[in-house]
Design a protein around this ligand. Structure first.
Ligand code: UFG
Length: 332
């Protein structure tokens, strides 16, 4: 198939491009490199472009006539979205609309959308199933929920079929070590803990130990990035085979606390790190754990790397490869 991967130079998108290429698809990556890296796109064609540029989108759709579009291009920082909602609604909503409108103009019917657990807000119960009320607490979560609702309207009006994949905590890296989690600035727990261990930063701050959880730290459902990407492939296959638009929660259904992640990182790497206790980070729910049953039953999705230590090991190995290549570049 011909697949256009928007935001394919980012963390999850670049893993998707690699997997699609390995599966034999013709892949075009479209990315403005605002937060992605061109060297993370391991094959296929790369087009540098911005979703705000409708003429460029028309050019890309005319030239490549994709069978389907996967969209990974969004800003992802909750705290930033509170400070700069304009940035989030412009990129995550308005620019995504430009993409959807280009799909409608060019009669491309199938869309896979990166949504987020942030659409649920403070959980009323866990594990969070697909029917859980959607009460996003911040512009980031709202931007994702808006697009989910817009997609329902676009299907009714224009026949655009979509699957929305609500990620819980994406983590890990491709076991090859060729790709890694790279965010500037980094805000996610696992890469920050590993950077603390590697000496790239002084330590890790635990944001709150007074939550209503067994050890007082927040619980999250960490899902390996390769498993997330596998779900995208299955979701597209099912969408094209059935024509039925769906929404799935993607997590392992197993939660780990911040302290458990720190302990696991020490075990996996064999190194210590400096741990500092800090205040709660605004907007962090105590527990976010997915009920992934529909993805398992309907897509046959069985995560290959559900184990936290494996997720951390792959992240650690990829960080090692990256630091080594950065050092080689500096020396050369
Ligand atoms: N944490 C720390 N110290 C750090 C970084 C994180 O204690 O230095 C804690 C956070 O408070 C949280 C947990 O580690 O309890 C995980 O935090 P991350 O920042 O790694 O991930 P989030 O759960 O905040 O965010 C993820 C996605 C978001 C999405 C959100 C859904 O990365 O895009 O889940 O609520 F919005």
């Amino acid at each position: 198939m011909k697949i256009l991967v928007v935001g394919g130079a980012g963390y999850i998108g670049s893993h998707m491009v690699k997997m699609l290429l390995e599966q034999g698809h013709a892949v075009k990556t479209f990315d403005n490199l605002s937060s992605g890296f061109q060297d993370a796109v391991l094959g296929g064609d790369f087009i540098r472009g911005d979703l705000a540029d409708q003429a460029k989108l028309d050019e890309v759709f005319d030239a490549h006539q994709p069978d389907a579009v996967m969209d990974f291009a969004s800003h992802i920082r909750v705290d930033e979205s509170v400070k700069h909602p304009d940035k989030y609604y412009f990129n995550n909503v308005s620019n995504t609309l430009n993409l959807l409108n280009a799909m409608v103009r060019h009669e491309v019917e199938y869309f896979i959308f990166s949504s987020s657990a942030a659409i649920f807000g403070e959980p009323e119960y866990v594990p969070i199933d697909q029917a859980h009320p959607k009460n996003p607490l911040n512009p980031y979560g709202r931007s994702k929920w808006m697009i989910e609702q817009i997609l329902e309207d676009y299907e009714r009006a224009y026949g655009l079929k979509s699957t929305c994949l609500r990620y819980f905590n994406a983590a890990g890296a491709d076991p090859s070590g060729l790709l890694s989690e790279r965010h500037e600035p980094e805000t996610h727990l696992i890469p920050l803990a590993l950077q603390a261990i590697s000496g790239k930063r002084g330590g890790i701050c635990v944001y709150g130990r007074d939550y209503d959880t067994p050890d007082g730290t927040c619980i999250r459902d960490y899902i390996h990035v390769v498993d997330l990407c596998a779900a995208h492939g299955m979701a597209l296959g099912r969408l094209m085979a059935t024509g039925l638009s769906r929404r799935y929660n993607l997590g392992n259904g197993q939660g780990y606390s911040v302290q458990e992640v720190i302990d696991a990182a020490k075990r996996v790497t064999g190194y210590k790190m400096k741990v500092i206790d800090g205040p709660r980070r605004p907007g962090d729910p105590a527990r976010l754990v997915a009920d992934p049953t529909p993805a398992r039953e309907e897509l046959g999705w069985v995560p290959a790397y559900p184990d936290l230590e494996t997720i951390i090991l792959h992240a650690w190995e990829s960080l090692g490869v990256r630091l080594l290549s950065e050092r080689k570049r500096r020396v050369a």
